[in-house]
Write a protein that binds this ligand. Structure first.
Ligand SMILES: [Zn+2]
Length: 553
């Protein structure tokens, strides 16, 4: 039976999801869990794209010893050298280098002839081999590349020393039959193909990333690149949990197995969701809240008689333990710890104490605290403790609302120790509070911090549920500053989230004025500014989360 290598790119492609943000410590926490999950390769980042990315790769390489740690690099010396440097401390390291090969990319982006690109690919692989004998090469936008030309590039890359050839469907354009045929063609026509592992990297723009990856495995691919919860650029990547469970379910059909401990899937999914702040849709396959719940009476009856009537996967096989666990006023520390652990949080004692106190406060007010409440509180506490210096503190909020008059709000903040009062009116109490806060920010922090996003949800049912507020502020340069908070009162939760966002913006401004590193405040602001300039012939390309030249196969 073949062994399919699972190459996880949650920390690289997944981290390029719009809205995702991970600091170095969070990247390491995810990498640790990916190790427990049993992935073969962790693509930890794109070292040259920002100092934060470099540091993330360096730290993961140093601390995570079993899986291969991989760094991404365009086909330029500077990129490859940065990746080589970041991976220096790894027990097992891989450099993943790539260059676009589709006609549209050659003509519009690279402005190079097909022959020049082959030469660049060859040189890149050779340079990467100076750092490691494990080199992966991707012809970017392969699914739209002329088949014969793609085979020539692959042959040259293997000839230069590439040990893995990855065929990416960069733009999510392929369909399963076509993509499977492309992989089969490579395996049949490239003369030296047996010297390399054939890998695939599919995007989900047509909702086919998992289907395309499976078609490729059937055709002979031996490595699948994927992310937890399917996160990634635009519509995301092939979802690890889906492709792994499909391979498990149809082991005989694919004549293939993999090294994933599927019982760790649920925890990994929740950890990634909690740290990236990207929620998992309720009906998502394998890891959605609804994946193992049965509403319809006829289903419930069947499942109670024999689960296999309506379930193809046992919930415990993916580590799902049910989500409606209640913690009452007298439930102990261990119940809370178990829930945190199941959701991927292993807190140090001081942080745990803060979470426990908050849980107890909520339990004193309402009868039961559910699992999702506890996770939200932990998120809130960690965000509070991890974030910057407290330049802003919320002292008081009062709002007046009702029908027949204009809602108004008064807020008192302490700004670097000095109390400041602001007032505002709005269409509702939250809007009024937001205006009151913004009036203070305008006069004391900076002239142009505007609220670009606001979200509020009740975590559990009932009017006494905890409210989870998320906000984004934008400054005059378009930099975004996120804030989130959890509280039993929707107004307080909203204002606290805004204060946290404003605090981030203030810290950023303070560091900028000092001229020091700006730190990982926000993913859109690479610490220390733009990525280092690469060689003139760098195959730079378009859209990127960091507005640097971050791109992806
Ligand atoms: Zn990608």
């Amino acid at each position: 039976m073949r062994r399919i290598l699972i190459f996880d790119t949650t920390l690289r492609d997944g981290e390029q999801s719009p809205g995702a943000s991970l600091n170095v410590a969070e990247k390491l926490a995810i990498a640790k869990q990916l190790d427990v999950l049993g992935v073969d390769v962790i693509e930890a980042g794109f070292p040259i794209s920002s100092p934060g990315d470099f540091e993330g790769v360096r730290l993961v390489a140093e601390k995570i010893r079993r899986p291969i740690i991989c760094g991404l690099a365009r086909a330029t010396d500077a990129d490859i050298d940065a990746a080589g440097e970041a991976l220096k401390g790894a027990a097992r390291r891989r450099i993943h280098t790539f260059i676009a090969t589709s006609k549209i990319h050659l003509e519009k982006k690279l402005k190079k002839s097909p022959e020049e690109v082959i030469e660049l690919a060859r040189r890149a692989v050779q340079r990467a081999r100076r750092y490691t004998d494990d080199v992966e090469f991707s012809p970017e936008d392969a699914a739209r590349t002329d088949l014969d030309y793609m085979c020539q590039v692959i042959e040259a890359a293997i000839d230069a020393g590439a040990t893995t050839i990855n065929i990416p469907d960069t733009v999510g354009y392929a369909i399963p039959e076509e993509f499977g045929a492309r992989i089969r063609h490579v395996l049949e026509k490239v003369p030296n193909v047996r010297k390399a592992v054939i890998s695939v990297h599919c995007h989900n723009d047509l909702g086919l990333a998992v289907a395309n990856s499976l078609a490729a495995v059937k055709a002979g691919a031996a490595q699948v690149e994927c992310t937890i919860n399917g996160i990634g650029e635009r519509a995301g990547n092939c979802s690890l949990e889906e492709v792994v469970m499909a391979l498990r379910q149809k082991k005989a059909f694919y004549d293939a197995d993999n090294g994933i401990d599927t019982r760790e899937i649920w925890t990994t999914s929740r950890l990634v969701s909690n740290l990236t702040k990207l929620d998992v849709q309720r009906n998502k396959a394998i890891v959605g809240e609804n994946a193992f719940s049965h509403e319809a009476g006829i289903h419930q009856h069947g499942v109670l008689q024999d689960r296999e009537t309506y379930e193809i996967i046992r919930a415990e096989d993916v580590g799902w333990q049910g989500s409606r666990i209640f913690i009452g006023k007298h439930s102990g520390k261990h119940g809370v710890m178990d829930i945190l652990k199941k959701n991927g949080y292993q807190l140090e004692d001081d942080k745990l104490q803060v979470v426990l106190q908050r849980v107890k406060d909520v339990a004193d007010r309402q009868k039961n605290v559910e699992e999702s409440d506890i996770v939200a509180i932990a998120r809130d506490v960690l965000e509070d403790l991890a974030s910057d210096e407290h330049l802003l503190d919320l002292r008081e909020v009062s709002v007046m609302t009702g029908n027949g008059f204009t809602p108004s709000a008064t807020i008192k903040l302490s700004i670097e120790g000095q109390d400041v009062l602001g007032t505002g009116t709005g269409v509702g109490p939250v809007d009024a509070a937001s205006h009151a806060l913004q009036s203070i920010i305008r006069s004391h922090v900076g002239p142009s911090l505007t609220l670009s996003e606001y979200g509020l949800k009740g975590i559990t049912g009932g009017t006494d549920a905890l409210a989870h507020a998320t906000i984004r502020f934008k400054d005059q340069d378009g930099k975004e500053f996120r804030g989130e908070a959890v509280h039993g009162d929707v107004i307080i939760a909203s204002v606290q989230a805004m204060v946290k966002g404003a605090n981030r913006a203030m810290n950023f401004q303070k560091r900028l004025n000092k001229g020091g590193p700006t730190g990982c405040i926000d993913p859109k602001t690479p610490p220390g500014g733009e990525a280092p300039a690469t060689a003139g012939e760098a195959p730079c390309c378009g859209q990127s989360k960091n507005q640097t030249s971050k791109q992806k196969p």
